[in-house]
Design a binder for this molecule. Structure first.
Ligand code: BTN
Length: 259
């Protein structure tokens, strides 16, 4: 793993990533970042690791990553948001990461609802946002990001769905450069978040999704909804249209897509 000096050398941000906790091995960077945020860590504080012994994904899944090959970090966010706006942070992190990765690789990223980034139809990045509230407002959120950067081999459970920047480009990437570019892009977009303006972020996300117009089935809290994906609402809900009725979903998983 890098030293602090190496990782921060050349980082062009005011706050994002400037305070960083670096680990060779940790259970989960999200656990550590949540603890730090609870103790008052500032917005932009980052926990980064080479390896997680208990890396977590959404919906109780785990996140596996070969030691030293990938970028695994969590960042503390403290925007002034109401409870019902917190889902917008997913779009913020997805878009910031997508723009940075596109610049580094020169390949387009696809945003998959709700939290994934794909390249050539396969997932290279997962995002896990965990939030803490006080009096119906956000106290802090931790955004955990796992990016498959230089991993070449994936286990049989995920091999058909997973990819890495190396696999898609045939090039190795410096973890440090990838990290710094993401910090810089996120800090730039965070100006919008601070001003409670999410239209640019949502538009950038919509430009990168292939979902609209598709017949999809999603699972939302165990209930299945089938219909045409229509749009994303101003507060981050996915609109599905079924027999002229519309439903709006703030969480879930797309389990089927038909043309
Ligand atoms: C998902 O696709 O389900 C989300 C995966 C999120 C993985 C990242 S890796 C860094 C951070 N720490 C964790 O334990 N999880 C997130």
């Amino acid at each position: 793993m890098y030293t602090k000096e190496e990782l921060l050398n050349g980082l062009k941000t005011e706050s994002f990533g400037k305070k960083v906790y670096i680990y060779d091995t940790i259970d989960s960077t999200n656990n550590c970042a949540k603890m730090l945020a609870g103790y008052g860590a500032k917005e932009g504080t980052v926990v980064i690791a080479d390896y997680q012994s208990a890396g977590r994904g959404r919906q109780g899944r785990n996140w596996q990553s070969e030691p030293g090959k990938n970028l695994l970090f969590s960042i503390v966010l403290k925007p002034k948001l109401e409870v019902n706006q917190v889902g917008l942070l997913t779009y913020f992190i997805a878009v910031g990461t997508a723009i940075a990765v596109e610049e580094i690789t020169s390949l387009p990223c696809e945003c998959k609802w709700p939290n994934d980034l794909l390249m050539n139809g396969k997932k290279f990045c997962g995002i896990l946002i965990e939030s803490s509230f006080q009096n119906f407002s956000l106290d802090y959120a931790v955004a955990g990001v796992g990016i498959n950067v230089n991993q070449k081999v994936f286990n049989h459970e995920i091999v058909k769905k997973a990819t890495s920047l190396l696999i898609e480009t045939n090039r190795e990437f410096e973890i440090k450069n990838t990290f710094q570019k993401i910090m810089e892009t996120l800090e730039m977009l965070n100006e919008d978040v601070k001003n409670n303006k999410f239209d640019r972020i949502l538009n950038e996300w919509k430009k990168r999704t292939k979902l609209f117009g598709m017949e999809i089935t999603i699972s939302d809290n165990g209930t299945l909804f089938k219909g045409t994906a229509v749009d994303i609402t101003y507060d981050g809900g996915l609109i599905i249209s079924t027999d002229n009725k519309q439903s709006i979903h703030y969480s879930g998983d797309v389990i089927k897509i038909e043309q």
